[in-house]
Design a protein around this ligand. Structure first.
Ligand code: SF4
Length: 394
């Protein structure tokens, strides 16, 4: 027989979160399913304010889509592409450098490399391009491009290339101040025919967890998160957050957790799937804050929910993610990035202060274990005493 939901149980779960003791899976699910949204948001805001004060951060970045080729076919993706005649499968080094240089001139400090997962395993065109450049694998080419951008522009690379075996993480560690992989979902059901992760072999939750844990073993600051509204249950959503928390408890390397809502777009397989509501997003952000406590940074990107800034802040986030004054957002190209001054104004009107951070958060950039010696001089040029970015104008 299922446990009875009583006000006492709800209150006790909220109290546990407020005490910073870390709520259990049962408590998280109870709150997700039954707590009034206003109670959740109030508790999440209290926890966030206690640890983060009134600072809400963002990173000024350029977006470098090294390749759109991907061996996966996620049902919600508009980024991926198959090889196409007349389209070069990867950006060339000069193109990479030109984008990064434009970013540097505009005051950006992060080079976000986004790309499809392991295209060379299925596309001869990808293998041929890589061979012509002297590489066997996309992740090797990525490492070389990170090196180029770091040395020529001083932008700090942050790579988000899909699964990363340990040896690739080891290589990327030389140039990347942090790396990222969205965990997305803990549910293997989504891999079944018709599911969001059908024909997406790199979306097996255990494989993604392995990358997250390998980065922890190598003391690499790590960005991850979940994608909500892709067919997962509340229980599976909570499980995904708990698995991320367990990795963080083991290695202490999760610098931010992103709560990203699924958005329906006309040209995707899931075009007709319902989007999560604003309340669902707020509820998930707030429960995530109660799960992770005050110290982990929680992000939800503002461009995905046009005017809903205040609601996201009220739910307990303390970061807006990467904002680019130069390149459009290739993951969600139809929603323009908000301009930074507008974001600052809206953040201020909600009673917060917008702070520019680096691709590595302040609490990680001051820990030698997380920063390679060769990266320290690069960081010092653009980092303030408090770990945030030195201010500049875009
Ligand atoms: S792995 Fe990433 S790029 Fe590839 S289809 Fe899925 S979401 Fe798109």
């Amino acid at each position: 027989m299922p446990d009875v939901v009583t006000p006492d149980r709800l209150e006790s779960a909220v109290e546990t979160g407020l005490d910073g003791r870390g709520i259990s899976g049962d408590q998280a699910l109870l709150l997700m399913d039954h707590a009034p949204l206003s109670v959740l948001c109030e508790a999440a805001s209290t926890i966030r304010n206690r640890s983060k004060g009134r600072a809400v951060s963002y990173s000024r970045k350029v977006f470098i889509p090294l390749t759109h080729l991907c061996r996966d076919y996620c049902g919600y993706c508009t980024f991926r592409a198959d090889p196409s005649p007349g389209v070069r499968p990867y950006m060339l080094p000069d193109e990479v450098l030109a984008v990064a240089e434009a970013g540097r001139r505009a005051g950006c400090k992060e080079a976000l490399f986004s790309l499809g997962d392991q295209p060379e395993r299925v596309f001869p065109e990808a293998r041929a391009f890589l061979r012509s450049m002297g590489f066997d694998r996309t992740l090797e080419y990525l490492a070389a491009m990170c090196e180029l951008v770091l040395e020529k522009t001083g932008l700090l690379p942050h790579s988000n290339p899909g699964l990363m075996p340990r040896e690739d993480l080891w290589r990327l560690r030389e140039t990347n101040v942090s790396v990222g992989l969205m965990f997305e979902a803990a549910s293997t059901r989504l891999l079944r025919p018709g599911g969001a992760h059908w024909k997406a072999p790199d979306k097996v939750p255990l494989l993604r967890l392995r990358t997250i844990e390998s980065a922890g073993e190598l003391s690499m600051a790590f960005t991850t998160g979940i994608l909500i509204g892709i067919g997962e249950t509340n229980e599976e959503r909570v499980n995904a957050l708990l698995l991320i928390r367990a990795a963080h408890e083991k290695y202490g390397h999760i610098q931010e957790v992103i709560i990203q809502p699924f958005r329906a777009k006309p040209d995707i397989r899931m075009a007709d799937s319902p989007e999560p509501t604003k309340a669902d997003l707020q509820r998930t952000i707030a429960v995530a804050r109660l799960i992770f406590g005050g110290h982990v940074n929680i992000q939800s990107p503002p461009n995905l929910l046009s005017e809903d800034y205040l609601e996201l802040l009220n739910a307990g986030i303390n970061d807006w993610g990467g904002i680019s004054p130069v390149t459009k957002d290739f993951i969600n190209p139809e929603t323009a990035w908000p301009q930074i001054p507008a974001l600052a104004a809206r953040t201020a009107s909600a009673g917060f202060v917008l702070r520019e951070r680096l691709a590595i958060y302040p609490e990680f950039s001051s820990r030698p274990k997380f920063v390679r010696d060769r990266l320290e001089p690069h960081l010092q040029k653009i980092r303030n005493e408090d770990g945030y970015a030195r201010s500049n104008q875009c």
